[in-house]
Write a protein that binds this ligand. Structure first.
Ligand code: TYM
Length: 331
């Protein structure tokens, strides 16, 4: 078993990526790739827990992989792959379902939110966290960078790893979540109490990774603030402004105190204008690289190479887990 520091994480190809996913996940992947041996995957099997149009799933899966490369993940150093090209995920996913209790899956807040009031909820939406545990444990990841909304799934992953290890002998590394203070929960521009999400019908509530500069300027100019007029970081009394300060801090790579100092006494107009410019400046090169690569043979090669490496790594862990459980294996 590997004892080096390893990360694994991914972004579901289930809709257009917004800057919340960039803040909470993608920008962290780019940063951590230098510190850890890294596996970044496209959880396409997770996307199909709700109905997907096949053409869109196909294109969005390529898009997420293209964002990884465009944002600065080095495919020579990190392994980038599609989950559906590594069958071990589904197989260990099944094994994890045998370890997960119905009650603990039933407590997952994301399941509650996503199934609430819906007809025809798939069984896979319910068992989804067991598959997520499998994604992580297959690579013996020591750390998993995620936004705040995934921490409950990470806790379950840890419980399942511990449960399996104590029943069948030490097999999996018990991973830790890495949740950054800044950017781990980007809220909607229209409502600081709701996560920024593309499922919000109000398009002005989120900024997409591919938004044009004019749209970004317009959306920030309309972002809700408060009546106090001070650019001050305080989630308790100023959630909307604090959300914008975090975005500025993340995109300009300065501290929240620096943001407060810079806009001291200037009011929200100037602050929002500059915020739009720092976001545009960061997104433009990513957008350009994204368009170059998204439908290119270069991306195919990266994904093929990634799948080979991922299959090798995942295969080792799956075999160890099956042996530990008593399945007949020949190696
Ligand atoms: P997903 O695709 O919903 O989101 C991908 C990552 O982006 C983070 N994120 C946010 N962070 C801050 N503010 C926001 N508004 C925001 N929106 C999204 C999420 O926290 C997440 O880190 N189940 C996972 C995908 C997954 C996975 C895994 C992740 C499947 N297997 C194994 C890590 C490891 C999900 O649906 O993320």
């Amino acid at each position: 078993m590997s004892t080096s520091k390893r990360i694994l994480s991914g972004i579901k190809p289930s809709g257009d990526l917004n800057i919340g996913g960039y803040a909470g996940a993608l920008s962290q992947f780019v940063k951590f790739q230098h510190e850890f041996e890294s596996f970044f995957f496209v959880p396409d099997l997770h996307a199909v827990t709700v109905a997907q149009d096949p053409k869109e799933l196909h294109q969005r899966s390529r898009e997420i992989a293209a964002y990884y490369v465009a944002a600065g993940i080095d495919p020579e150093k990190s392994t980038i792959f599609l989950q559906s090209q590594v069958p071990a995920h589904a197989e260990l996913g099944w094994i994890m379902e045998t370890q997960a209790h119905f009650g603990e899956l039933n407590r997952m807040t994301q399941f509650k939110e996503k199934s609430d009031g819906k007809e025809g909820v798939s069984a896979s939406l319910f068992t989804y966290p067991a598959l997520m545990a499998s994604d992580i444990l297959l690579y013996q990841a020591t750390h998993v960078p995620v936004g705040e909304d995934q921490t409950q799934h990470l806790e379950l992953t840890r419980d399942l790893a511990n449960r399996f290890n104590s029943r069948f002998g030490q097999t999996f590394i018990v991973p830790e979540a890495i949740v950054q203070d800044i950017g781990c929960r980007v809220m909607g521009l229209d409502d600081p109490h709701k996560k920024m999400s593309k499922s919000n019908p109000n398009q002005a509530s989120y900024i997409l990774m591919l938004d044009e500069p004019a749209a970004i300027r317009k959306k920030f100019s309309r972002a809700v603030t408060d009546s106090d007029g001070q650019v001050r970081y305080d989630w308790e009394s100023k959630p909307a402004v604090s959300n914008l300060i975090e975005l500025y801090s993340l995109f300009a790579e300065v501290s929240t105190e620096d943001v407060e100092r810079r806009f001291d006494g200037q009011g929200y107009g100037a602050f929002k204008k500059e915020l739009a410019e720092v976001v545009i400046a960061k997104l433009q090169p990513i957008q350009q690289r994204f368009h170059e690569i998204v439908n290119s043979p270069e991306l195919d090669e990266i994904l093929k190479r990634g799948a080979r490496k991922a299959n090798e790594e995942a295969g080792k862990t799956l075999l160890a887990a099956k042996k530990a459980m008593g399945f007949v294996t020949f190696d």
